[in-house]
Design a protein around this ligand. Structure first.
Ligand code: CUA
Length: 349
């Protein structure tokens, strides 16, 4: 039987292996830096693999030599352990080789950083603003005329979704409203902090159409883990159609006849939690998105059906009376305010 210490060690190793294996499905699901789908991500992955392979080779040589020496020169009956004090050749070797390696890696990284940090080159095809706010991202396109709404307003996605055309170098201008956040879509590029009061930027480019996942990578409070990014890369030929659809949705949401309700929705606590595409990005993950609330069969998880003026009014005037314990607060609105908000919600078909 194994001695106790050996058994403890085996137990710990087994637990670690199981923990590692159990995280494999999560890796396959989530953002994964070693699946580069754009120039920056590819550059970073190249540096990563060069350094990783060099590290594995060094590990094999050093550990191989260590194990070999430990067995070959160990003290045993009839054999005294050998000593290697002051072996000039060996000491020079293990000083010079690591120095050359570290300097080479620095030069290599330095060269690549020029490419990665070049956000201002003439080849930039599009500029998007990303604002980090606890706990969501607001993406807007103020530099792009094709995103301008009829009343001159700037289009805002308001849904943690970022849409770009394939094969275009896109500069993302980062800002933060409250605390430090970090923009990271690993398959497409590196990450960059969004810092309150400071302008930072990075660029991304997608080689292929598809949906890429991203995540805020700076711990920013309770909702940090929910601060996800869905980046959709459209074929260039379909991008214009997406812009038109997105703008039509925003125009509908911003229709002048519902301005009073919309402004209440935006200025009161509603917009803090609920997402309405083209208007606000909700920051409370449990709050239902309301972009198409008027087309839904019911609200409050089926408690109120259909979605009509009367039911919306009942719910907004006194949520606790409809569903005791709900996270939706009673804002103490006047009858007129409730009517205005209901009027606005009813156009969200
Ligand atoms: Cu924002 Cu973490």
């Amino acid at each position: 039987m194994f001695p106790v210490r050996m058994r403890v060690a085996l137990g710990v190793i087994t637990a670690l292996v199981i923990a590692l294996l159990s995280s494999v499905p999560a890796l396959a699901e989530g953002p994964w830096p070693n699946d580069p789908q754009g120039p920056i991500a590819r550059t970073i992955a190249e540096i990563y693999w060069i350094m990783f392979i060099a590290a594995v080779v060094v590990l094999a040589i050093v550990d191989g030599a260590l194990i070999y020496a430990g067995i070959k020169f160990r003290e045993r009956p009839g054999h005294v352990a050998q000593q290697f004090h002051g072996h000039n050749m060996l000491e020079l070797t293990w000083t010079i080789i690591p120095t050359i390696m570290v300097v080479s890696f620095s030069v290599l990284s330095w060269q690549k950083l020029d490419f990665i940090n070049n956000t201002r080159g003439g080849d930039v095809g599009m500029v998007i603003q990303a604002e980090g706010v606890q706990w969501s991202w607001n993406f807007s396109y103020p530099h792009e005329d094709r995103f301008r709404l009829k009343d001159g307003a700037t289009y805002l996605t308001g849904a943690r979704e970022l849409h770009i055309p394939v094969g275009t170098k896109v500069r993302i201008e980062l800002s933060a409203k409250d605390v430090i956040h970090s923009f990271w879509v690993p398959s497409l590029g590196g990450k960059k902090d969004a810092v309150p009061g400071r302008a930072t930027d990075l660029w991304i480019q997608a080689d292929r159409p598809g949906t890429y996942k991203g995540q805020c990578l700076e711990f920013c409070g309770n909702g940090h883990a929910d601060m996800l990014i869905t980046l959709v890369a459209h074929p260039v030929s379909e991008y214009a159609a997406w812009i038109d659809a997105a703008k039509a949705e925003a125009e509908r949401v911003n229709a002048p006849e519902t301005a009073r309700g919309r402004e209440l929705f935006r200025s009161l606590a509603c917009s803090g939690c609920h997402t309405v595409r083209g208007l606000t990005g909700g920051k409370f993950p449990g709050a239902p998105e309301l972009t198409n609330v008027a087309s839904k069969p019911s609200i409050v998880g089926g408690l109120l059906t259909p979605v009509n003026e009367e039911n919306l009014r009942r719910w907004i005037s006194n949520p606790q009376a409809v569903k005791p314990g709900t996270a939706m607060p009673n804002l103490g609105l006047s009858e007129q305010q409730v009517a205005d908000i209901v009027n606005f919600l009813l156009i969200l078909k």
